[in-house]
Design a protein around this ligand. Structure first.
Ligand code: 13P
Length: 252
């Protein structure tokens, strides 16, 4: 059976001490409770702490993801971090297409496709985010928006490359707002996303791809969300910043 995936996206929150002590405590708990057998757990700290975080988790089943990469291999891009740099410190995963990157850093689908290509070149797994705004949902455009986002990015990849992906459906109106999509809304969209993968890549890939939900997941709603047929886990923001809450979610 496919393991549920739970990812902590810490965004720009934790410093060195907060990051390392959280990861050490998480590791201790996960092994005491043996919850790593039925869950894949991934933590996405900020760039400066990726190396130490990865070292702490070396030889364990927990994994680290970066929150971004630049689309170019190397060069004069002051302040940026490349896929090859991440690879050189043993990072295996990266989040791409997060709505905060799309909104604040103007990352359009064409840039995201370049990022996907460079991530694949360096063998990184990609947690790729899609999702509609509140306005788009009001206008019943959510399916078109998500389909376009996938068609202009992920669907340019071969069947072989698709194995490197997790998809995260994160409705923008649910991120950091406390307003979660209902189980029905989330399940309906996840089913739709899976049907797009079925159409494009066939049954095996559509069954195997992990489609995660993100947007105000907490310790109270995680269980019902994760219970839905097409929801394979969660990408968690705010509630991943408190160890107890995150552990409750991981155990949901
Ligand atoms: P919240 O869980 O804070 O809504 O954030 C979700 C998110 O953006 C995860 O990537």
């Amino acid at each position: 059976m496919k393991k549920k995936v739970v990812i902590a996206n810490w965004k720009m929150n934790y410093d060195f001490h907060e990051t390392t002590s959280f990861i050490r405590n998480l590791l201790k708990f996960v092994f005491e409770k043996k919850i790593n057998h039925n869950k894949e757990i991934i933590v996405a700290p900020s760039f400066p702490f990726l190396h130490i975080s990865n070292q702490i988790l070396q030889g364990t089943t927990l994994n680290i993801a970066a929150q971004n990469i630049h689309q170019k291999d190397r060069g004069s891009y002051t302040g940026e971090v490349s896929a090859s740099m991440l690879k050189s410190i043993g990072i295996q995963k990266v989040i791409l297409g997060h709505s905060e990157r799309r909104k604040f850093f103007l990352e359009k689908n064409n840039i995201l496709l370049e990022k996907i290509k460079i991530a694949l070149k360096y063998g990184l797994n990609i947690i790729f985010c899609v999702g509609e705004s509140l306005n788009e949902r009001y206008n019943n455009q959510q399916f078109k928006i998500v389909k376009d986002q996938l068609e202009e990015t992920v669907f340019h990849c071969s069947s072989e490359d698709i194995k490197s992906f997790y998809i995260a459906y994160e409705p923008i109106w649910a991120i950091g707002t406390g307003k979660t999509a209902t189980f029905e809304q989330a399940q309906t969209m996840h089913e739709f996303i899976r049907s797009l993968f079925l159409e494009k890549y066939g049954e095996k890939i559509s069954n195997n791809i992990s489609i995660l939900y993100g947007g105000s997941i907490n310790d109270l709603n995680a269980k019902d969300l994760f219970y839905q047929k097409d929801i394979d886990g969660g990408l968690v923001g705010n509630s991943s910043l408190k160890l107890e809450k995150f552990l409750d979610i991981v155990q949901s």
